[in-house]
Design a protein around this ligand. Sequence first.
Ligand code: FES
Length: 165
Amino acid sequence: MKAGGPPPRFSEAALQEIGRIYARYPKERHQSALMPILHLAQKEFGGWLSVEALDYVAEFMGIPNMRVYEVATFYTMYNLKPVGRYHVQVCTNISCWLCGSETVVKTLEKKLGLGVGKTDDEGRFTLTEVECLGACVHAPVMQINDDYYEHLTAEQVAEIVDRLP
Ligand code: FES
């Protein structure tokens, strides 16, 4: 979703998915569904959440905007600015660091010609460092969009990037 574009609105398919998400929670606890709904909103609205999108989610769920901002700004899986078609996230926390995440980051920087936190001019790749991907036992780990890649070596990282369509 581009700034200045049409206001964010969930599609029919998203509304049905939200129905399934809400069904997991007691009716009086629907606001606990904020995280999966934000995740869905991010997918629906072009891979990131603008302030407009966050406000829409708050209004849609009937909860204060601040509650939505607090969650969206705390977790790194919510993108608060546009990302490339491939969002490459590398964990550099302790397990991954001990197992070679520095090499993973350096290989990606070289291969993609990008610094951490940057997106290339074509909008193909965004490279991000994250705190923990919750797969510490398989360190070092990176995530590209919805896929996890584990026990990485520099060679594997290069091959994975080369295989992307
Ligand atoms: S430390 Fe890297 S996944 Fe947890």
